[in-house]
Design a binder for this molecule. Sequence first.
Ligand SMILES: C[S@@+](CC[C@H](N)C(=O)[O-])C[C@H]1O[C@@H](n2cnc3c(N)ncnc32)[C@H](O)[C@@H]1O
Length: 174
Amino acid sequence: MTNRHKDDFYPTPETSIRPFLDLEVFEGDIWEPVCGDGAISAVLREHGYNTVDTDLNDWGFGTSGRDFLLEQKALAPNIVTNPPYKHAQAFIQKAIDLGVKKHCWLLRLAFLEGIKRFNQLYSKHPPCRIYVFSKRQTMIRADHDAAWYGSGKMAFAWYVWTDEIPDTTEIDWL
Ligand SMILES: C[S@@+](CC[C@H](N)C(=O)[O-])C[C@H]1O[C@@H](n2cnc3c(N)ncnc32)[C@H](O)[C@@H]1O
């Protein structure tokens, strides 16, 4: 049996969002295209942003039944999200193809590596900034508590893309 929740539903802890929002600002609305139960959107709204919230599944928040990979146009100029990790590259490519001005993804640090990913994504359109969490983060599956997930701490980072290709990728620490 798999221990991965249906479609990778891991609500993002506030502590994995707030430090990032202290450093990045956004112009215009922010789309949370895999909004889950609204964990990220709630913090974005607290910071004064208007959010557009969609998800494939119904977690009691936002508009459900929306497959991000099938979207035909961007619903806002910005994206801030924690995507299903197994589809992360496809999601980032989709945001690039939709022409989203600024899109930010909470991803494992290991997402930096991989020759296929380099050839298909980083060599063509690298992120402009990466914020590495100096402290490891815990993502808890929505239907379990912290004890179940135990010491599952992982290295995470926020990856920021814009619609302009940067000369270099800046790196900083949270
Ligand atoms: C890791 S959870 C993150 C939820 C939320 N972004 C957060 O940070 O709390 C991933 C979410 O992606 C949704 N999802 C998976 N595949 C999707 C797709 N193709 N289109 C839209 N949402 C999808 C799942 O239903 C789940 O809510």
